[in-house]
Ligand binder design. Structure first.
Ligand SMILES: Cc1cc2nc3c(=O)[nH]c(=O)nc-3n(C[C@H](O)[C@H](O)[C@H](O)COP(=O)(O)OP(=O)(O)OC[C@H]3O[C@@H](n4cnc5c(N)ncnc54)[C@H](O)[C@@H]3O)c2cc1C
Length: 454
C-alpha cells in the first residue's frame, strides 16, 4: 500500500466533506472557490498574520488588515445580509462553511470577518429593518469596517452565559432618560476594541461600534436585559491598551472598555419586546457564537491534519512512510474521524436553525444544548488533533515553522470563550433535563436583595 505521488485528499475537499444532506450544489461550489481563495491568498501569510515569531505589531496589523480587505471584497462580511439590502443572503449552513474554510488559514482572521455577520444576525432576529437599512451601506459599500460585541464583565464572563443566573449579575447599566439611554459600566475582553483612530488606516475605513449587553435593572433579570448599539466615537467611551495573549495576537484586539455616561438614541436599543434582549443574547450572541466557533475549530483541525498527512508521507521508518505504518495510520484515521464528526454535527445544527418550527428557536434550551455540544465536541477534537499532530511530527511539530504550535495556541480560546468548556457541558445537561438552578441560587439572590423576576 504505497503511494508516494502528490495526491489530493478527496475526503477533505468541499465536494466530499460538505454533504448534500445540509447544503446545495451551489453552496458547495461557493465553498470550493473559497477554499481556492484561502490556499492562494491566506495560507502563505499565516505567520505574518501574527507578525512572525517576534510578533512584529506593524507586520501583523498590516497583513491582517490587508487580508481583511480581501475578505470584504470577496463578500464574507455581507454574507448573511439580506439581498434587499445589498447582501448575499447566504444561509447559516453556508456561514459555517465559510468559517471553516477561513479558519484553515487563521482562526483569528476568521473571527474578525465573522463579527459583522454576527451583528447582522442580531438585527435580523429582532426584525430591525430600520437598523439593517442604516448599517447596510457600511457593509456593502466596499470599504472595510470592523465591529465589536461587548458582554464580558469583571464580575465573570461565564455568568452572562449562564441562563440560571438570569442576567442578575450584569453590572453595565442602561438608564432611560427621555429619548436616550445613558450607559455606565465596564466590559472586559471585547474584540476588536480600542480607540477609533486605531481602526482608521490605509486598509480599514473605521470601527462600526460596540453592540453592548447591558441591563436596565439587574433585579428585573432577563426582562431587563438589552442590547445597545454604541457608536465607536461616542463621548464617554474609553479603552485600555490591547491585552497580550497566547494566541490571536493581533487578530482580535481585546481591551477593557469603560462606559461613563455614554448617551445613545433610544432607537439604538436593539430589542423592542419584553424578553427579546435575553433571547437574542442566549440564542444569537452565545448560541450562534458557539456554533461559528465549532466551524472554526473544525477548519483549524483540518489544517493540522493536512500538514501531518503531508509530512508523514515523507518521513520514513525503515523505508516505509510513517503514515503507512499501522500505528500511525490508526492515529491519522482517528483524527479524521473526529474532524468529520465535528463537521457533520455543526452543519446539522446550523441546518436545524433554519427550521425553528420543528427544532425550536435558537434560545430554546434544546438548541442551546446543541450549540454547546457542537462547540465542545469540535474543541475537544481540536485539542486531540493539535496534540496528536504535534506528537506525530516530533520536534518539527514543536517548531514555529510547522504552524502546528500556532494552531494549538489559537484553538484554546475558541474553546474557552463564550462561557467555556464547563458551561458547554452544563448547557447540554440543561437542554436534556433542565431547567435546574445552582444550589444556593435563591439564597444568594435574596442576600443580594434581588427580587424574583416577574
Ligand atoms: C481572544 C478573546 C476574545 C474574546 N472576545 C470577546 C468578545 O468579543 N466579547 C466579549 O464580551 N468577551 C470576549 N471574550 C471573553 C470571553 O468570552 C470570556 O472570557 C469567557 O466567556 C469566560 O469568562 P471569564 O474569562 O470572565 O471567566 P470566568 O467567568 O471567570 O470563568 C472562569 C472559569 O469558571 C467557569 N465558570 C464560571 N462561572 C460559570 C458558570 N456560571 N457556569 C459554568 N462555568 C462557569 C468557566 O467556564 C471558566 O472555566 C474574549 C476572550 C478572549 C480571550
Amino acid at each position: 500500500m504505497s503511494n508516494r505521488e502528490a495526491q489530493p485528499y478527496l475526503m477533505l475537499e468541499p465536494r466530499y466533506k460538505y454533504t448534500r444532506a445540509f447544503c446545495t450544489e451551489e453552496e458547495i461550489q461557493l465553498a470550493e472557490s473559497i477554499r481556492q481563495f484561502v490556499n492562494k491568498e491566506l495560507m502563505p501569510y499565516r505567520h505574518e498574520m501574527e507578525g512572525g515569531w517576534h510578533h512584529d505589531e506593524q507586520l501583523a496589523l498590516q497583513t491582517l488588515h490587508r487580508l481583511y480587505v480581501k475578505l470584504v471584497r470577496l463578500g464574507v462580511t455581507r454574507a448573511n445580509l439580506p439581498e434587499k439590502y445589498g447582501g448575499l443572503g447566504l444561509s447559516p449552513v453556508m456561514s459555517q462553511m465559510i468559517s471553516e474554510e477561513l479558519s484553515r488559514a487563521d482562526a483569528g482572521l476568521s473571527a474578525m470577518a465573522s463579527k459583522i455577520p454576527w451583528v447582522v444576525s442580531f438585527m435580523m432576529a429582532a426584525k430591525r429593518d430600520d437598523l439593517l437599512e442604516e448599517f447596510a451601506p457600511f457593509i456593502t459599500g466596499g470599504d472595510a469596517w470592523t465591529v465589536c460585541v461587548a458582554f464580558t464583565e469583571p464580575g465573570g464572563g461565564a455568568n452572562l452565559e449562564d441562563p440560571a443566573l438570569e442576567f442578575r449579575t450584569v453590572r453595565t447599566i442602561a438608564r432611560l432618560e427621555g429619548d436616550s439611554y445613558v450607559i455606565n459600566g465596564h466590559k472586559l475582553w471585547p474584540g476588536s476594541s480600542g480607540s477609533p483612530s486605531h481602526f482608521r488606516n490605509s486598509y480599514l475605513k473605521g470601527h462600526l461600534g460596540y453592540w453592548t449587553i447591558a441591563t436596565t435593572d439587574p433585579a428585573a433579570g432577563a426582562d431587563g436585559l438589552g442590547i445597545f448599539y454604541v457608536p465607536a466615537d461616542a463621548p464617554g467611551l474609553s479603552f485600555s491598551k490591547p491585552y497580550e495573549k497566547m494566541g490571536f495576537a493581533f487578530a482580535d484586539e481585546n481591551t477593557d472598555i469603560w462606559f461613563e455616561d455614554v448617551r445613545i438614541p433610544k432607537r439604538y436599543r436593539l430589542d423592542t419586546k419584553r424578553g427579546e434582549g435575553a433571547n437574542i443574547m442566549h440564542g444569537y450572541v452565545v448560541g450562534f457564537g458557539r456554533l461559528g466557533s465549532a466551524a472554526s475549530l473544525t477548519g483549524l483541525s483540518q489544517a493540522v491534519l493536512e500538514i501531518v498527512l503531508e509530512w508523514s508521507k515523507q518521513r520514513e521508518i525503515a523505508g516505509t512512510p510513517l503514515r503507512e505504518r499501522s500505528l500511525f495510520a490508526a492515529m491519522l484515521g482517528e483524527m479524521y474521524r473526529a474532524i468529520d464528526l465535528s463537521r457533520q454535527y455543526h452543519l446539522s445544527v446550523a441546518w436545524q436553525t433554519m427550521y425553528p418550527e420543528i427544532y425550536g428557536e435558537p434560545w430554546s434550551k434544546e438548541m442551546m444544548a446543541k450549540f454547546a455540544a457542537a462547540r465542545s465536541f469540535a474543541a475537544d477534537t481540536a485539542e486531540m488533533v493539535t496534540n496528536r499532530g504535534m506528537e506525530l511530527m516530533g520536534s518539527l511539530g514543536y517548531a514555529y515553522e510547522s504552524h502546528i504550535e500556532k494552531y494549538m495556541r489559537d484553538f484554546k480560546i475558541a474553546k474557552m470563550w463564550l462561557g467555556g468548556a464547563q458551561r458547554d457541558r452544563l448547557d447540554i445537561a440543561q437542554g436534556l433535563y433542565g431547567p435546574f438552578k445552582w444550589a444556593g441560587f435563591e439564597e444568594w439572590a435574596s442576600a443580594q436583595h434581588l427580587p424574583k423576576p416577574s
